[in-house]
Design a protein around this ligand. Structure first.
Ligand code: GLN
Length: 451
């Protein structure tokens, strides 16, 4: 713990942490030593972790990357973090993120952007770590923590893992409890781990996951031995290659990397097969209706009365207005406006209802594909990490970065990003494996074959 606290302090320029909790880390590490001395070690005994600042942590300020939660210190612990502490893990601090997890670059954080520890060869410009879990991904990549938590609504674990050259896993929707995690889009949000290897990610997930009666969408299923699935035999495993993921604008390098991934799995005895996910082209448009709709409803609670920031006004309505205008950044306001628009009486059928119907078709595509294959292999993102400031003036180009991760989220399926190589500029690129619902084990088995 001391070694990682030291690195956290010497790497503040990355801006990976919003809140450092070194005293808590030392206290937890001492308690862990005491348990170990009694022979009571849990699976993560003494392992220091960085926690995305979207998980409520008892007695430690939780910001969600927003100004509106100013001064908010939860009186409760999220189920996922409580599970990690039960397994013996130690909290190093709370990591930076896009405001309310809305973004793909970490640039929408009220606390400023995070610097990706990677740089293009011969180019000193700062690059983004991806988002929204950019602080967690950068922390693990820069060895400020051996592992971290993230949340993934449309790619926020997998895309930053790809940009930072580490492993990031989004489990099946319902695998991890959402209780005590600040909500963005409740039908999509899932917690998951970042780590340097597939097996470390499996161990972290094992501790994080499990049924929780406090979240009605948490699956009442036992947690399998995820670590045992890693490194297993993939001979005969059918790997679907979806032809619709060869999107326009995807670089030749990413296509080549995808081929390399296929060859690696083939060499390990797996069998690539061509599959079709015909509604992929509608996934982004559908996601950017459903996610803002749910966000507009979830964020209605920040009214200056119950949490955090309050900016007074002459009456209650003006206090609401002033608080929300001062507390929310531009991207969050944009999403709330889109969300309330698509949910309004005159447009509900045309936008929100239609999007839900398309979502069902996207889920059906995966169901049909998984009748033929065991896992699906795709690139994680269409680009490597981009320069800070790029894509910021046009939200649509930013949204396009989620093209490969969003369909999985819409279908509630598990996905993992594994580092797969470097591009011509020396930047890491990831490949994504997608599994059947609640079959993270097969996905982990295949992911190990890519390491
Ligand atoms: N980039 C996507 C968005 O902005 C996904 C974010 C996430 O998964 N939390 O909505």
């Amino acid at each position: 713990a001391e070694a990682f606290i030291g690195r956290m302090e010497t790497h503040r320029r990355l801006n990976a942490f919003i809140t450092e909790t070194p005293e808590r880390a030392v206290e937890m590490a001492r308690a862990s030593d005491a348990r170990r001395a009694k022979g009571e070690a849990g699976v993560l005994e003494g392992v220091p972790l960085a926690i995305k600042d979207l998980f409520c942590t008892e007695g430690v300020r939780t910001t969600a990357g927003s100004h509106i939660l100013d001064g908010f210190t939860p009186a409760y612990e999220s189920t996922v973090t409580a599970n990690l502490w039960k397994a013996g893990a130690v909290m190093l601090g709370k990591t930076n993120l896009d405001e309310f997890a809305m973004g793909s670059s970490n640039m929408t954080s009220y606390f400023g952007g995070v610097e990706n520890p990677w740089k293009r060869r011969g180019d000193n410009r700062k690059l983004v770590p991806g988002g929204s879990s950019g602080g967690s991904a950068a922390a693990v990549a820069a060895l400020l923590a051996p592992g971290a938590t993230g949340t993934d609504t449309g790619g926020s674990i997998r895309q930053p893992a790809s940009f930072c050259g580490i492993v990031g896993l989004k489990p099946t929707y319902g695998r991890c409890s959402r209780w005590g995690t600040v909500a963005f889009a409740s039908s999509l949000d899932q917690a998951g781990p970042f780590a340097r290897t597939v097996k470390d990610a499996a161990l972290l997930l094992q501790a994080m996951a499990g049924h929780d009666p406090k979240d009605s969408t948490s699956a009442p299923l036992p947690v399998p031995d995820f670590a045992a699935a890693c490194g297993g035999d993939v001979r005969g495993l059918k790997v679907g290659i979806p032809r619709e993921y060869r999107v326009e604008g995807m670089s030749a390098e990413i296509d080549a990397l995808w081929q390399t991934g296929i060859e690696m799995l083939k060499a390990a005895g797996a069998v690539p097969i061509d599959v079709s996910l015909p509604h992929t082209k509608h996934a982004l448009a559908t996601y950017y209706i459903i996610a803002p709709a749910e966000c507009s409803s979830n964020l209605a609670r920040y009214d200056g009365v119950r949490f955090g920031l309050r900016v007074p006004g002459k009456d209650l309505a003006e206090m609401y207005d002033n608080t929300r205008a001062a507390g929310f950044g531009a991207e969050v306001r944009r999403r709330v406006l889109i969300g309330t628009y698509v949910l309004s009486a005159g447009y509900y059928d045309a936008y929100y209802k239609k999007a839900q119907q398309v979502r069902a078709l996207i889920a059906r595509d995966f169901k049909q594909a998984f009748a033929q294959c065991d896992v699906i292999l795709t690139p994680t993102a269409p680009t490597a990490a981009f320069a800070a400031g790029d894509k910021m003036d046009d939200p649509v180009t930013m949204y396009l970065n989620d093209v490969f991760t969003v369909p999985t989220s819409m279908a509630g399926l598990p996905g993992i990003s594994v580092p797969a190589g470097l591009d011509g500029d020396g930047l890491p690129l990831g490949l994504q494996l997608i599994g059947r619902a609640f079959d993270e084990e097969t996905m982990l088995r295949a992911a190990s074959a890519l390491e």
